[in-house]
Design a protein around this ligand. Structure first.
Ligand SMILES: Nc1ncnc2c1ncn2[C@@H]1O[C@H](COP(=O)(O)OP(=O)(O)OP(=O)(O)O)[C@@H](O)[C@H]1O
Length: 218
């Protein structure tokens, strides 16, 4: 029988020999990384080592200058950016922002249904945001905003979830909620890649991939 791209053992995302620049300066060089179902990969490395650039390249938001990123058929990717990348004045409530996760990849003519609203409710609960649903995004603390962004990522029920330092600057409780949410995404069968500086978060990953000046080091 011919092998197809939907064979579960094949990577959902397969970056091969990718390089990327920022304003002509190399930020990633010859990086290969495969993301498979149910695996949690932690991206480690010093500030400026290329973690965010790699996540952007995997998400398809940062253009690569060499190599390729193959995506298995019908693979949906959720990308949770650092909260500093989310505009402060977003005219949205917490509920709106998390609900947006259900619009990702959905045709505009298909309205949200009961199952979508249930997923939104679960995502809000998973990040401990109950009671804040009607609060405008701009009226949240930094840690609350970070949790909203993660909840929006969870609400997508994506095949691959990419998160850029989701626990940075959070208190212990929020830290644990996010770590549990990441575990749950992997148990659901998603491939998870997250950038982190936190050694404890790294110990919970299946694999740690370390970057140094744009290259993977062993
Ligand atoms: N918008 C930008 N313009 C120019 N150079 C950039 C830009 N963003 C990142 N860089 C450069 O690209 C390289 C990789 O940066 P990147 O943000 O990917 O690192 P990082 O490992 O995510 O860092 P951090 O841990 O600080 O978040 C660094 O040398 C950085 O200075």
């Amino acid at each position: 029988m011919p092998t197809t791209l939907t064979t579960p053992a094949l990577p959902l995302l397969d970056a091969h020999g990718i390089s990327a620049e920022h304003d002509g300066t190399t930020a990633l060089c010859d990086v290969s990384l495969a993301v498979v179902r149910g695996e949690i990969v932690a991206l480690a490395g010093a500030n400026g080592s290329g973690k965010s650039t790699l996540l952007g390249a995997l998400a398809g938001t940062h253009r690569t200058s060499a190599g390729s990123v193959a995506r298995a058929a019908a693979t949906r990717v959720a990308y949770v950016v650092q909260r500093s990348s989310a505009p402060d004045g977003l005219p949205l409530t917490v509920l709106d922002a998390v609900t947006m996760g259900r619009w990702a990849g959905r045709p505009l003519w298909r309205p949200l249904g009961r199952a979508d609203r249930e997923i939104v409710r679960e995502s809000i609960a998973a990040l401990g945001l109950e009671g804040l649903e009607r609060r405008p995004f701009h009226a949240l603390s930094g840690g609350q905003r970070q949790r909203v962004l993660v909840a929006q990522g969870l609400a997508q029920r994506a095949d691959v979830v990419l998160l850029d330092e989701p626990t940075a600057g959070l208190d212990d409780e929020a830290h644990e909620l996010i770590a549990r949410a990441i575990d749950a995404e992997a148990r659901r069968g998603a491939g998870v890649v997250h950038a982190t500086h936190d050694p404890e978060v790294m110990t919970r990953a299946d694999r740690v991939v370390r970057l140094d000046r744009g290259r993977i080091v062993r």
